[in-house]
Design a protein around this ligand. Structure first.
Ligand code: SF4
Length: 674
């Protein structure tokens, strides 16, 4: 095994211990399993049963139901009996936080229990305590005493278990010793796993969820390495990004986290946590899983001997600064205007530039693309100051004295296969070189990189495993100390918006999470796409394609935490504990705060888990009782039990009190339908 996976250059599923959950096997050679969680009150048997069945019919292979107390745990029997009576054998999972006695009841009824090691035997008080080794051991002994009865019941009833760590709800003990780090998440699960193994109980699945895809990816990798080093085997992994939110952002965040791991063969079952009805999570899961059903191990990618970066720690690849690309610059976005003819001022509104004819001025949104690729076309109007043009080499050459406007270079050439070596002209500032990692791209680079000043590579791969091939190319650059900036150029031939979102998010996100990539260039064919509604907006594929690609590109960079252009929402998927309509409330909060670039707002359904799980949010909106909301700044309560009817206004007041509010104006173009 190479650090955390079977191979970094060929696709193989990581070999894990097979675990039986009812009649279903997770891990081993079993296919990737899809699961979700119900959102109704567990005491509402009819609604929970009917929602479970909708999810099963959509393709869910496991259904999780919350059991906050003994009463709900007992009602799992009625739910299970009704689902079985209606002819469905799908295994059920009880979701447990804080209440071992509910777990002990549920483990006798359902096929699997999920425990959160951060709160199974601990009440979180957000206290920092200095533990001596002896104090720490005494804590582990206390957990052992609390955890053993559940293990015994699981052994007796043949019940499986998920040890499900959440980045946002680590125990005070773990936080005090490891901080809220991937290592802390791993150790949190390992404490429970070691106890289970010492009792010869192995029906275990593990998860390491975070709302931050980077943290989540690092934690899973570290967990695999830790299990491998300590036990010489790996238990199956349930993978997912928690509190991913809704709409495109939720799908993109999930696809980056889950897809990055699946590309390396990691993961045995997935859940996409969206703030939407759970049955809508299933098609997204299926779209993600479908990428791997018949994936071949790949060919032609040379093995890697040395990894010049840490896969357990984010660090952006060091590159030289070329104009506004690479080094400390945020990753740039190239909008593909290859098929746009003619390129007009109006067409730029879809990529964040709004022209005001009266004042003859451009307004530039927070989500405005940095470059357009125009092919052989040259716009016949003055471009906005921050927008530059990349055009084909021959066209660029023909511009002669027109490459510069008001003393500033506006047009830059891109060299395609075979052109750079024979080129007679090139820009003194910046030259783009398009390379296929699969087709002797490296040889072509070596043949011309000394000649071209200000080189930026636009990298893609026609290999059947483009992510692994592109990563291999980046590793080679790093091992040879070539600090040339790289734009990740990804083409997608999927025909639906959802599949395109997933494709783009995985193929760029899997590299961005390892610090690779100084920009992204997303390419599709709008004529081949189906029209579709996403998050209440209709994307007329051909008409709004630039807007779709631009929003997708900015959302990917935001989810990969490399370029922040909008408000970040951390909203829980809701469950039987939820105290208000999460979807409606999230939409309401979004409608008034979506212009607050960079602010992280958590919207959590319950006060029991919400504050612990809202991770690094700046402000929190948390259900604290029927019709009541408690507002937080960080982890601190600011306004307790506010009436839900006025809570959004109170949140805005709170933002104003803390100087986090600005009046909305033109910030980013997301809703234009031209
Ligand atoms: S935070 Fe949301 S998903 Fe988590 S337990 Fe509370 S209501 Fe359920």
């Amino acid at each position: 095994m190479q650090l955390y996976t079977t191979s970094l250059t060929s696709y193989n599923r990581l070999n894990t211990v097979p675990v039986k959950v009812g009649d279903l096997t997770i891990g081993g050679n079993a296919p990737l399993r899809i699961q979700t969680m119900t959102t109704f009150d567990t005491m509402d048997t009819v609604k929970t049963v009917e929602q479970s069945i909708r999810c099963i019919e959509a393709g869910a292979e496991l259904i999780r139901i919350t059991a906050p107390s003994k009463t709900e745990a007992e009602n799992l029997l009625n739910i299970r009996n009704e689902i079985r009576k209606r002819g469905y054998k799908t295994p059920l999972v009880a979701d447990i936080h804080f209440t071992p006695n509910a777990a002990e009841i549920a483990a006798r009824i359902v096929e699997k229990v999920r425990v959160n090691p951060g709160n199974y035997a601990d009440k979180k008080k957000f206290e920092f305590i200095e533990y001596t080794d002896q104090d720490y051991q005494e804590e582990i002994d206390r957990i052992r005493d609390r955890f053993l009865p559940l293990i015994k019941i699981c052994q007796e009833y043949g019940t499986a278990m998920r040890i499900g760590t959440n980045h946002g709800s680590l125990s005070d003990r773990i936080m005090s010793r490891y901080g809220d780090s991937p290592m802390g998440m791993v150790e949190s699960a390992m404490e429970f796993l070691r106890i289970a193994r010492s009792e010869n109980y192995h029906q275990i699945v593990l998860s390491m969820k975070s709302s931050n895809p980077l943290v989540m990816v690092q934690a899973y990798r570290l967990l695999i390495k830790t299990m491998q080093d300590e036990f010489n085997l790996v238990y199956p992994l349930h993978i997912g990004v928690t509190e991913a939110g809704d709409g495109e952002d939720g799908r993109i965040k999930s696809a980056i986290g889950i897809g990055t791991l699946l590309e390396d063969g990691i993961g045995d079952t997935i859940r996409v946590s969206l703030t939407e009805d759970p049955e809508f999570e299933i098609p997204v899961c299926r779209d993600i899983v479908s990428r791997y059903i018949s994936k071949k191990s790949g060919s032609g990618i040379l093995p890697v001997d040395k990894i010049p970066y840490s896969p357990f720690d984010y660090k952006r690849r060091k590159t030289q600064s070329v104009y506004n690309i690479g080094s400390g610059h945020v990753p740039v976005i190239i909008a593909d205007y290859m098929h746009e003819s003619p390129i007009t001022r109006e067409s730029l509104i879809r990529i964040g530039y709004d022209y005001d004819a009266i004042t003859d001025k451009w307004k530039i949104g927070d989500a405005a693309a940095d470059y357009i690729y125009s092919g052989d076309k040259i716009p016949d109007f003055d471009l906005p100051g921050t927008c530059k043009v990349i055009c084909n080499y021959e066209t660029w050459k023909s511009l002669e004295g027109r490459k510069t406007i008001a003393g500033e270079e506006k047009y830059f050439p891109v060299f395609f296969k075979g052109q750079a070596g024979n080129a007679s002209h090139w820009s003194k500032t910046m030259n783009f070189l398009s390379l296929d990692a699969a087709q002797s791209g490296f040889d072509e680079l070596m043949a011309c990189y000394k000649k071209l000043t200000g080189l930026v590579i636009c990298l893609y791969s026609t290999n059947e495993n483009p992510v692994l091939d592109t990563r291999r190319f980046m590793i080679e650059l790093m091992n040879r100390n070539l600090d040339i900036p790289v734009i990740l150029a990804v083409e997608c031939r999927e025909t639906t918006i959802d599949r395109q979102l997933i494709h783009f998010a995985v193929e760029t996100g899997a590299l961005l999470t390892d610090g690779m990539g100084d920009g992204i260039w997303l390419i599709n064919d709008p004529e081949k796409m189906e029209n579709k509604r996403v998050s209440g907006r209709t994307y007329l594929a051909a008409k709004n394609n630039h807007q779709f690609l631009n929003n997708t590109a900015f959302s990917i960079l935001q989810a990969a935490r490399t370029r922040i252009s909008k408000t970040e929402y951390i909203s829980c998927p809701s469950c039987g504990r939820t105290l208000f309509d999460l979807q409606e409330t999230t939409a309401k909060i979004r409608s008034v705060t979506s212009h607050l670039k960079g602010l992280k707002i958590a919207i959590m359904g319950c006060i029991v888990n919400g504050p612990g799980e809202m991770a690094d949010a700046d402000f929190g909106y948390v259900g604290s009782g029927p019709g009541k909301i408690t507002l937080y700044k960080g982890k601190e309560v600011m306004k307790r039990n506010v009436n839900s009817e006025t809570a959004v206004d109170e949140l805005v007041s709170l933002l104003k009190e803390h100087n986090e509010w600005i009046e909305p104006e033109f910030h980013h173009v997301v809703n234009v339908d031209l």
